[in-house]
Design a protein around this ligand. Structure first.
Ligand SMILES: [Zn+2]
Ligand SMILES: [Zn+2]
Length: 653
C-alpha cells in the first residue's frame, strides 16, 4: 500500500494499518502532538485510530492547527462527563459536543452550583494529569445497546434505538467512562493544557420543553495555558462592554426581583434616551405619510382566535382569566396587527385611500422563558415602533422599498449602519405545513424581495425556514457583545392575512379587492435599540441622544450665580444641561463628568465670569479653551439638530 504523507513524503505500510502506525513511520517522537488527520484532502477530520485499507494521501494535524481545537474540546467534554459521574454517579449522560469556543455536556441531574463546578474541575485535572488514554472501538448497534442498558444510561439507549439495526457504532472509552461518539478524539489527555468550566444552565432533552429538564455545563479548552488566559481576559473584557453592566452603572435601567424577571425599569436617564428616539421616529413617520394609532394593550381572546395566535402562539401569551372557565378571557397583546386591521376596517376604503400607513408606538407582552432573560434584550414587556401598511397589490413594491428606506435612514442616523446584516427570511418548501399559501405565491414573493434588495444594492443572505407563517420578510440583524445575533428591524410581506380579517377596498371598476399588508418596524424595539446603542457607544452616546448633554462646573461657590445664568441659557435653547452645585474640587467634578460620559462640560471661574465666557471641555479631547456662550450654544444646537454621531466642537487644529 502506498500512502503519501503531507510534508513527509511517501511510505509503504503493511495493509491494513492505522494512521498511528503511519505516524510511527514518519515522526515517532511527535506522536503525542497529533490530534487528527485528513484523508485525500477531504475537509472532515478523521480519528488517528482510523484504519487505512488502500492507497491515499494523508495530512497529519497537530496541536498547532486551529481545526484541532474541536477535537480537544470534544475530548475535554468526555473527560468532564467522566468527572461528573465519578462525583455524582446518579447523573445520567445525554449529549456533549464541542462548540465554537468550547464545549458543553447535558446531564439529567439537579442544577450544578459553582462549588460543584470547582469540584468537577479538580477531578478533571487529576484525570488529565495521568495522561489518560482514550480507546476507540467499533461495535454493532445491538452491542452498543447492551452496553448502555447495562450502564443504566436511558438517554443513550433512546439515541441508539433511533439508529437502524445493523449500523456500526463507534464507542470511546477512558477509564470506566464509555460514550457513543463519532469522534475524532485525542489519543490521550496530554494535550489538554488549559481548560475551565464557565457556567451551568438548564435546558431540555432534545431542546424540547415538553421533555425532561437537564443541567448543562459549559466549558472552554485550549492547547496552551496562555491561550486559556487570553480567552478568559477576553470574556472579562466583553462583560465590561455588555449593556447589562454599563446600562446599570450609568443608571439607565435596573431590575428588581419583586417586580419580576424580564421587566426592566427605565431610570430617568434611560427614559430620556427612549423619549428622544420615540419623538424622532414618530415625527419621521409622520413626515413619511404615516397616521398614528393608539390601541388597547389587551383584548378578548376571540381576537387572537381570529388572527391565529390563539392556536399558534398561545404559549407565548399572558392570559388573564381561565380559558376553561365561564368568565371573560383576556390576552395581553403580543403584537398590534389585528388591532390596526380594525382601524382600517372602521370605514369602507376605496383604491384612492390606499396606501394606509398606520404607525403605533406599541407596548407588547411576550411570555419568554425566565432562563432567557437578559438586561434589555430579552424581556417580557417591550415597546416597539410597529406599523402596518395596507396597500394595493400594485403599490406593494414601492411601499416595501419605502420601509427599507426608513429602516436605512434610522440605522444611518444612529451610526449603526455598518453593524448590521440583512437577511431574506424565506419559507421552507420541505415543511409547507408551517405556512399558509401555495408554493407559487411564496416563490414569486421571495423573488420580488430579492429584486428590491438587489436594486437597492443591499448585500443580503437568504435564510430558509425563517419566514413568518403568512409571508417572507427582510430581517435586519445585529450582533451583541457576545456575538449573538438579534433581529433589530423586520419588514414582512403579507399577501394572505387580509382575507382572514375580511379586509377589502373598492377598486376602480367597483369590485371588492383584497389589499396586501406590510408588517414592519422602523427602529424596532426601543429597549433592544437602547441596549444596542449602549454597547455600540459604551455609554458615550452621540450628543443628540445623550440624556445629559452639558454639565456646568463652577470652579468654586463664588461663581454659582453666573453658572446659574449659563445653565438657564443652555436650557432655554433646549439643551439638556445640569449644574453641579456641590462644593467639591474641580478635578473631582470633572472626573465624574468623564465617568458618566457626558459629551461637554463648561467650566466657570473668575475670568469666565468677568468676561462673560465659558471654558469648554469635551469627553474626547478634554480642555478646548474659552468661547463665548452664544458661540458654544450655536455650535451645540447645530450638532444636536443634525443628529451628528461625532462630537463637532473639537480642539482646533
Ligand atoms: Zn463524544
Ligand atoms: Zn404585524
Amino acid at each position: 500500500m502506498k500512502v503519501i504523507v503531507k510534508n513527509f513524503g511517501e511510505v509503504s505500510p503493511q495493509e491494513p494499518c492505522s494512521i498511528i502506525d503511519i505516524i510511527k513511520m514518519v515522526n515517532p517522537d511527535g506522536l503525542n502532538n497529533y490530534c487528527a488527520a485528513k484523508i485525500n484532502n477531504e475537509s472532515t477530520l478523521v480519528d488517528l485510530r482510523t484504519t487505512i485499507t488502500s492507497d491515499c494521501s494523508i495530512e497529519l494535524l497537530d496541536t498547532s492547527n486551529k481545526e484541532c481545537l474541536s477535537v480537544l474540546r470534544h475530548t475535554t467534554a468526555h473527560i468532564m462527563a467522566e468527572a461528573v459521574q465519578n462525583l455524582f454517579p446518579e447523573a445520567k449522560i445525554t449529549i456533549g459536543p464541542a462548540t465554537d469556543n468550547g464545549f458543553f455536556y447535558d446531564f439529567d441531574f439537579r442544577p450544578f452550583s459553582r462549588e460543584d463546578l470547582d469540584a468537577i474541575e479538580k477531578e478533571m485535572k487529576s484525570i488529565i494529569k495521568k495522561a489518560t488514554r482514550l480507546e476507540r472501538r467499533e461495535v454493532s448497534r445491538n452491542e452498543a445497546l447492551a452496553i448502555m442498558t447495562q450502564r443504566n444510561e436511558p438517554y443513550k439507549v433512546e439515541l441508539l434505538e433511533a439508529i437502524p439495526e445493523g449500523e456500526t457504532i463507534t464507542i470511546y472509552q477512558q477509564n470506566n467512562f464509555v460514550d457513543l461518539c463519532r469522534g475524532p478524539h485525542l489519543l490521550n489527555t496530554r494535550p489538554i493544557k488549559g481548560f475551565k468550566l464557565i457556567s451551568s444552565s438548564s435546558t431540555y432533552w432534545r431542546g424540547d420543553k415538553k421533555n425532561k429538564s437537564l443541567s448543562r455545563i459549559h466549558g472552554i479548552a485550549f492547547f496552551t495555558k496562555e491561550d486559556l488566559e487570553g480567552y478568559l481576559q477576553y470574556l472579562e473584557d466583553i462583560k465590561n462592554h455588555d449593556h447589562n453592566k454599563i446600562g446599570r452603572e450609568l443608571e439607565l435601567f435596573t431590575t428588581v426581583d419583586v417586580i419580576g424577571q424580564g421587566l426592566p425599569l427605565l431610570m430617568p436617564k434611560g427614559t430620556k434616551i427612549v423619549q428622544t428616539l420615540q419623538r424622532w421616529i414618530e415625527d419621521e413617520e409622520t413626515r413619511r405619510g404615516y397616521m398614528r394609532t393608539k390601541t388597547p394593550y389587551m383584548s378578548k381572546n376571540d381576537l387572537f382566535k381570529m388572527s391565529g395566535h390563539w392556536d399558534h402562539y398561545r404559549d407565548k401569551m399572558f392570559i388573564i382569566g381561565d380559558p376553561d372557565g365561564e368568565g371573560e378571557v383576556m390576552c395581553m397583546r403580543p403584537m398590534t396587527c389585528p388591532f390596526q386591521y380594525f382601524v382600517y376596517k372602521n370605514s369602507q376604503k376605496s383604491y384612492r385611500d390606499l396606501p394606509c400607513r398606520y404607525g403605533e408606538t406599541s407596548t407588547l407582552f411576550r411570555k419568554e422563558d425566565s432562563g432567557e432573560m437578559h438586561g434589555l434584550t430579552r424581556v417580557r414587556q417591550f415597546t416597539i415602533s410597529e406599523g402596518h401598511l395596507i396597500v394595493r397589490p400594485d403599490q406593494m413594491v414601492e411601499e416595501f422599498k419605502g420601509c427599507i428606506d426608513l429602516a436605512n435612514y434610522c440605522l444611518t442616523t444612529l451610526g449603526l449602519h455598518d453593524d448590521v446584516t440583512w437577511h431574506l427570511s424565506k419559507w421552507d418548501p420541505e415543511d409547507t405545513e408551517k405556512y399558509i399559501g401555495d408554493a407559487e405565491t411564496w416563490e414569486s414573493t421571495q423573488q420580488h424581495i430579492r429584486d428590491i434588495l438587489n436594486e437597492l444594492n443591499i448585500p443580503f443572505v437568504e435564510d430558509v425556514g425563517e419566514a413568518a407563517f403568512y409571508g417572507p420578510k427582510v430581517d435586519i440583524n445585529a450582533k451583541n457583545v457576545y456575538g449573538k445575533e438579534d433581529t433589530m428591524i423586520t419588514i414582512q410581506w403579507d399577501a394572505l392575512i387580509a382575507e382572514r380579517f375580511d379586509m377589502y377596498y373598492i377598486d376602480k371598476d367597483g369590485s371588492r379587492q383584497r389589499p396586501y399588508i406590510i408588517h414592519r418596524t422602523s427602529i424596532g424595539c426601543y429597549e433592544r435599540t437602547l441596549a444596542w446603542l449602549i454597547e455600540k457607544y459604551e455609554g458615550a452616546f452621540p450628543t443628540w441622544i445623550a440624556p445629559e448633554q452639558v454639565r456646568v462646573l463652577p470652579i468654586s461657590e463664588k461663581f454659582l450665580d453666573y453658572a446659574d445664568q449659563v445653565t438657564a441659557e443652555l436650557q432655554r435653547n433646549g439643551i439638556e444641561a445640569t449644574l453641579d452645585r456641590r462644593n467639591e474640587k474641580i478635578g473631582y467634578k470633572l472626573r465624574e463628568t468623564r465617568m458618566q460620559k457626558i459629551p461637554y462640560a463648561l467650566l466657570i471661574g473668575q475670568k469666565e465670569q468677568d468676561e462673560k465666557l465659558v471654558a469648554v471641555w469635551n469627553r474626547k479631547d478634554g480642555d478646548l479653551g474659552q468661547s463665548s456662550l452664544d458661540k458654544f450654544i450655536d455650535a451645540l444646537c447645530k450638532e444636536i439638530r443634525t443628529k451628528s454621531v461625532e462630537l463637532t466642537i473639537r480642539k482646533e487644529e
